[in-house]
Design a protein around this ligand. Structure first.
Ligand SMILES: [Zn+2]
Length: 696
């Protein structure tokens, strides 16, 4: 035997001894913590896997005896998963969870190398040292171990897969809240209505930090109370959309806009609706403001992104030979555009393409942004007071002379009697409504829903009557969005130099001034007229600040995403087809019973972009996305870890798992539930023998 053989043999012996001691220690602690029912407390996939291996072993006639002990059939990673899962009974033995799990993982990798005869002798001393270190802990006599401090966990604990999901979707704060609440729940009896009511109140107050997993814990804890299920379901309903991921300063415009539209704005809308405040998300909004403020002067040179370039989209449709009905809606915030899109779909109109998102002219206010969008000019270029005259003239120079201005909602049904290439309808009702504060008796959102559905039905009539004359496109655009300010938001004094005009009084988000230098840069963005394409110098408050008094309804004029981003929609007569995406496995066959990598290929066969696509395999807590898939293309997801149960039914090398996808099409949320076909790599008996080799 040479030195290397000697080392390998020693490593092997140490490992065998260590595994034996580890199993003994785990069994002792499980018995100590849970009594003879301990098998019910270990992760159920581990239990099932051990039982299956034991049964097989016994059937094969390898004799009873020691083999009947369940833990002897747990492989190395299963032993580690038991320690992880039932940590409170192992805490006094091992001390630090992360350290012991890290050590076990290191030993596991060495062990695999050793079993497959590719262990480097140079690694042996490290492995021996690790085993000896843990051996010391494993052989502590039982008397030295204090009983677990808290009462043992309940019989049914949340399956591992849910915890994995939690880690994937939650940010650190939500996780900390989750841990904190778990400790609180462990101290509760779970039997008292009063206890449950207090908990519900607390959770409602902190609903932004709650997660589905946490609420399932709560359901389980209070399962003996008759009211528990209904109340937990109610809390689940109130859960927020996922918290936005942190934005990155170096992002390109497209990425910023997609982040704001798909992540930030839905979350912000939820915060407003539930009267919640989230300082982290406020901070994210601030980053967006800084980004937009810096980039805006450069954007003035391009027509694509700002609302003054809306005419280019309309001209493009006219050039294709379509009649266009252009509806310019004052204050169609992204909060409300899904309501309008839904209503248009219900009226048999269908999107010709996904929404484009445009940025308001600054300050994001009607007198500036609306006229600019209408005429296709920068505010500084607008000299004519006769807006309608200027509008017709602008289109005349673009080669479109037959323009008709629709004067009222009722006139829409009759517009086909006019021979025009372009129809314009300006709709102001939404802005008036938005500025009106909520009242005890009437809910603003309900009213907005009502007027938008009425508008959609009138637009549908107009489009259908125009369609009798030839092809037609409905283009809906806006000038600015809106936000709602909180009582706790910062109040600024009116600067002495501010001009006292009506728009300032209504919005309280910006001023016209002649003395930009006197404003401090912590509270104000300054907009010198020459750099910002304006007639006068303006200053806009940062964040959710307000000037002098807080507007009670929605307001605008600032730089937040919800004030500055607006949709541009292009619709045509027709019915939206049912959108079914196609999902396929894009990674090698999965081996059940252990963590494996999985990625998917997703195809979008439709002429509309799929946005904010999230794919969930709910049984396994696996989540992909959010993703965007351009029309008629396919894309691959990132890799995620999945662990199928060892006994999953397999036929012809495949199994099927549930898949749920949520996404947005043309700004409207949609979902799809289907089965995902997974290719399975099955284990052969020889491989099993190798895994649980003749160690002893
Ligand atoms: Zn307004």
């Amino acid at each position: 035997m040479n030195d290397n053989d000697e080392l390998l043999a020693q490593a092997f012996k140490t490992l065998v001894r260590f595994e034996k001691n580890l199993r003994r220690a785990i069994l002792a602690d499980l018995n100590r913590g849970y009594g003879p029912l301990w098998p019910k407390k270990i992760p159920s996939p581990t239990l099932e896997s051990c039982e299956a291996k034991r049964d097989k072993h016994l059937q094969a006639g390898w004799g009873p005896g020691r083999e009947s002990m369940l833990l002897d059939y747990a492989d190395f990673s299963e032993l580690a998963s038991i320690i992880d899962y039932c940590w409170n009974v192992f805490e006094c033995r091992f001390g630090n969870k992360q350290i012991v799990l890290g050590r076990l993982e290191e030993i596991r990798l060495f062990r695999n190398a050793l079993m497959h005869s590719n262990m480097r002798p140079a690694d042996c001393p490290r492995m021996i040292a690790l085993c000896e270190e843990l051996n010391g802990k494993c052989t502590l006599v039982l008397e030295e171990i204090r009983p677990p401090k808290e009462r043992p966990p309940r019989i049914k604990v949340v399956p591992e897969k849910m915890v994995q999901e939690e880690v994937l979707i939650a940010d650190e704060e939500a996780l900390a809240f989750f841990e904190q609440m778990k400790r609180v729940l462990d101290k509760m009896s779970g039997q008292l209505e009063g206890e449950f009511r207090a908990l519900k109140g607390y959770l409602l107050q902190h609903i932004a930090r709650c997660s589905p997993v946490l609420l399932e814990y709560v359901r389980d804890k209070f399962k003996e109370l008759p009211s528990a299920n209904a109340i937990v379901d109610e809390l689940l309903e109130a859960l927020p959309p996922p918290r936005p991921s942190p934005p990155q300063a170096q992002w390109r415009t497209k990425k910023w806009i997609s982040w704001a539209v798909n992540q930030y704005i839905p979350y912000k809308q939820w915060l407003i609706k539930h009267g919640q405040y989230d300082s982290v998300v406020e901070e994210q909004g601030r980053k967006y403001e800084e980004w937009l403020y810096k980039l805006y002067p450069k954007m003035l040179a391009q027509t694509g992104r700002l609302v003054f370039g809306t005419y280019t989209y309309i001209k493009r449709e006219i050039d294709k030979g379509h009649r266009v009905l252009w509806v310019l809606i004052d204050n169609l915030a992204c909060f409300w555009s899904p309501i309008l899109i839904r209503a248009l779909l219900d009226n048999d109109l269908t999107p010709s393409e996904g929404p484009v998102y445009q940025l308001a002219m600054l300050p994001s206010e009607t007198s500036i942004s609306h006229t600019s969008a209408l005429l296709g000019l920068l505010p500084s270029q607008i000299t004519n007071n006769d807006i309608i005259g200027a509008f017709k003239e602008a289109w005349h120079t673009r080669g479109v002379s037959n323009v008709h201005i629709v004067s009222s909602l009722d006139e829409l049904a009759e517009i086909s009697q006019y021979d025009a290439e372009l129809f314009l309808f300006v709709y102001n009702r939404l802005d008036h409504l938005a500025h009106t504060p909520d009242h005890q008796l009437d809910d603003r959102e309900e009213e907005i829903r009502f007027v938008l559905s009425k508008l959609a039905s009138k637009l549908s009539l107009a489009v259908k009557s125009l369609a009798e004359l030839g092809t037609v496109r409905l283009v809906i655009s806006s000038d600015h969005g809106a936000t709602k300010l909180y009582e706790k938001d910062k109040k600024l004094d009116v600067p002495a130099s501010a001009a006292e005009d009506e728009t300032y009084k209504e919005h309280r988000r910006f001023i016209r001034t002649t003395q930009l230098d006197s404003l401090n840069s912590c509270d104000w963005f300054t907009l010198p007229a020459d750099r910002f394409g304006l007639h006068d110098d303006y200053a806009i408050v940062k964040d959710a600040f307000f000037i002098s008094s807080r507007p009670l309804g929605y307001t605008h004029g600032g730089l937040t995403p919800e004030e500055t981003l607006v949709p541009l929609l292009i619709f045509e007569p027709g019915i939206l087809p049912r959108l079914d995406l196609h999902f396929e496995q894009n990674s090698p066959p999965v081996r059940p019973g252990r963590p494996q990598k999985l990625s998917l290929l997703v195809s979008n066969p439709f002429p509309l972009a799929i946005e904010g696509l999230e794919i969930v395999l709910p049984e396994y807590g696996v989540r992909f996305g959010p993703l965007t898939i351009e029309p008629k293309t396919e894309t691959t997801t990132g890799e995620r870890q999945i662990e199928l149960p060892p006994k999953i039914p397999v036929e012809g090398g495949v199994t099927y798992v549930d898949l749920t996808a949520i996404f947005k099409v043309a700004g409207v949320s949609s979902s799809q539930s289907t089965k995902l076909k997974l290719k399975i790599r099955q284990l052969y008996v020889s491989e099993i023998a190798e895994e649980f080799g003749d160690m002893f």
